[in-house]
Design a binder for this molecule. Structure first.
Ligand code: C2E
Ligand code: CA
Ligand code: CA
Length: 561
């Protein structure tokens, strides 16, 4: 190398650079150590805050356009090159743009020497942000740099944790204050994070409004939690110094490297994404520490979700309608049945409705599944009515069906299709604030009532219990949830409360159905309250339509005492 290039005149090199520069995205440069002179593609002067594309006093002048945090590292490296200790240069660091913003660059060069003396260095600079390695909004390295870094990592040296941070509701900031303001918030957040890091911890910007901190200093989850808290405080200080123009919080997902089977880029992204999502799902403005069992539950839920979808698209295979008898306490007769959905998964066997109903609701798959149930329930009701005239069927309807489908029309036309009297059909709705306040609920309620369909207020005594709406909505039946029943059976105060409620309901001409009676003793105690209907394992468990028919159709009278 020395023999070939030592006789090239710097002036000639500068001319070549000048010639090539307009046709390149990258910037070529030459650094003449002997004359302390620097020449770079003229276009660089338009992009970066360099004094000019040619200058002397090279190290000091670099101080003017190198991002201050990166300058000491660069200075040390330049010293080694000038003294001849090192003969090549390859560094990722930041220059300041003409607007003063940090821009990630990769500077590479080769030193030409003459008899051991460094003459000059020639090389190339490229903007790695252009190649998606860095993010010039936050001033941090980006996703592809993270990938490169992790790919060369040895698992033995990577002991510590990952902390993934995300802004809560960043979309709202962009929408309200504009993208430029949003970019400022991202950059300021990156600064808040940076100032809390220990030397050696690494910070990358991920897509959107997320950041990833890598700690390979043997840090534990508790340390990550403390770091997260410190970052939150730094963000709070920024919000105050910014005169509360924008107020936001951040969430954090923490994964200890010891909890990872594999330290690959893909696995790190996957597990930290789950952890950050979990922190947000639990209410935002908090951190969540990765737990394998919870991740496995999450994976199960994903599998179950896709199985439910496939089942629904294949004639509801795996779904079944079960029927649990309801008894009239005065006549001791079978009065009707509640239709309950069942699902058998290929992988997990019978899945509890407590597990799959929320999934159907989250995905809105409850709309087709609920429609299917409606038809199963009405068909079974029609069949049972051959043996037990006036048999009543009770069907659960989810709020999602009310909000997102035309459930009233569906119910009425199905009743018509199966030729059932509307007053043999009862719709069960869980008590909630929506029931009282949302016009869709009140409309559905009054529409069905006016058509003669009965309405039951389900799960009474669990969540939202507002006695005032008992008189407002005037349900036909109030269903006392099993948890309330259990409390009443074990506690005299709750028993008296249930007794008063029962009296009040009767005064309002509403019927009471007590759910979850499991033993003879429970039945006897509850019957002292004179409920109208009773439901529970002691009297009958949920059965398939066929079993239900076999068991109950021959008994038109069932002595329950
Ligand atoms: P829910 O509407 O309160 O239904 C009554 C639940 O209590 C049923 O649970 C029933 O099997 C259970 N149960 C009845 N008697 C006893 C008893 O003596 N002891 C105990 N421990 N439990 C008893 P299941 O079938 O597991 O359903 C759970 C929930 O899933 C239902 O609670 C309902 O909210 C929902 N669900 C079930 N089927 C449907 C459906 O078709 N549509 C909608 N939207 N939700 C449904
Ligand atoms: Ca119910
Ligand atoms: Ca219930």
């Amino acid at each position: 190398m020395e023999q070939n290039f030592k006789n090239i005149f710097i002036e000639e090199l500068c001319k070549i650079i000048n010639l090539l520069s307009p046709s390149m995205d990258d910037y070529l440069y030459v650094y003449d150590f002997q004359n302390d002179f620097y020449y770079i593609s003229p276009l660089a002067a338009k992009r970066f805050s360099i004094p000019s594309h040619t200058f002397h006093d090279v190290v000091n002048n670099h101080k003017k356009f190198v991002y201050p945090d990166d300058f000491p590292k660069l200075q040390a490296e330049l010293n080694e090159l000038i003294t001849g200790e090192s003969c090549s240069h390859n560094m990722l660091y930041r220059w300041l743009s003409v607007d003063g913003d940090p821009v990630w660059i990769n500077c590479r060069g080769y030193v030409v020497k003459d008899k051991g003396t460094a003459l000059y260095m020639a090389g190339c600079i490229n903007e790695i942000g252009v190649r998606q390695k860095a993010d010039n909004i936050s001033g941090l390295l980006g996703d592809s740099s993270l990938q490169t870094y992790l790919n060369q990592l040895s698992p033995e040296s990577a002991k510590g944790y990952f902390l993934r941070l995300g802004l809560d509701d960043f979309k709202g900031i962009n929408a309200r204050l504009g993208k430029v303001y949003g970019d400022m918030v991202l950059r300021k957040t990156a600064e808040c994070i940076s100032e809390c890091l220990l030397p050696g911890q690494k910070l990358y910007r991920l897509d959107g409004d997320e950041y990833l901190i890598l700690d390979f200093l043997n840090g534990k989850a508790e340390d990550a939690k403390n770091l997260y808290q410190n970052i939150c405080h730094a963000v709070e200080r920024f919000i105050i110094s910014n005169n509360y123009d924008v107020i936001y919080t951040i969430s954090g997902g923490i994964v200890e490297s010891k909890n990872m089977d594999e330290l690959s880029y893909a696995n790190i992204i996957k597990l930290t994404e789950f952890s950050l999502d979990e922190a947000k799902r639990r209410g935002k403005n908090q951190s969540y520490i990765f737990r394998k069992e919870e991740y496995n539950d999450f994976l199960k839920k994903l599998t179950l979700t896709s199985q439910l979808r496939v089942s629904i698209n294949h004639e509801f295979r795996g779904f079944e309608a079960y029927f649990q008898p309801l008894f009239d306490t005065k006549t001791h007769q079978l009065y009707g049945a509640e239709a309950l959905m069942r699902y058998h998964s290929e992988d997990f066997g019978m899945v509890s409705p407590a597990e799959f109903i929320p999934i159907l609701e989250e995905t809105a798959l409850i709309i087709p599944a609920g429609r299917w149930m409606l038809h199963q329930a009405l068909r079974a009701c029609k069949d049972i009515q051959q043996y037990i005239p006036n048999f009543k069927i009770s069907i659960n309807v989810s709020p999602v069906q009310i909000m997102k489908s035309r459930i009233v029309q569906e119910i009425l036309s199905a009743i018509d299709q199966y030729d059932i009297s509307p007053n043999c059909v009862m719709i069960e709705l869980t008590e909630s604030e929506l029931l009282e306040t949302d016009s869709r609920f009140t409309k559905l309620w009054s529409n069905l009532k006016s058509q003669g369909v009965s309405l039951a207020l389900d799960d009474f005594g669990t969540g939202y219990s507002n006695f005032s709406y008992l008189s407002k909505l005037q349900p036909d039946v109030v269903k006392i949830d099993r948890t309330f029943t259990m409390r009443a059976l074990n506690n005299s105060y709750e028993y008296n409360l249930l007794s008063l409620l029962s009296d009040m309901a009767h005064a309002l001409k509403l019927k009471i159905c007590v759910e979850g009676i499991e033993t003879k003793e429970e039945l006897e105690t509850i019957c002292q309250l004179i409920p109208d209907y009773i439901q529970g394992y002691y009297l009958g468990r949920p059965h398939s339509a066929k079993e239900f028919m076999e068991k109950y159709s021959i008994y038109d009278f069932c002595n329950i005492r």
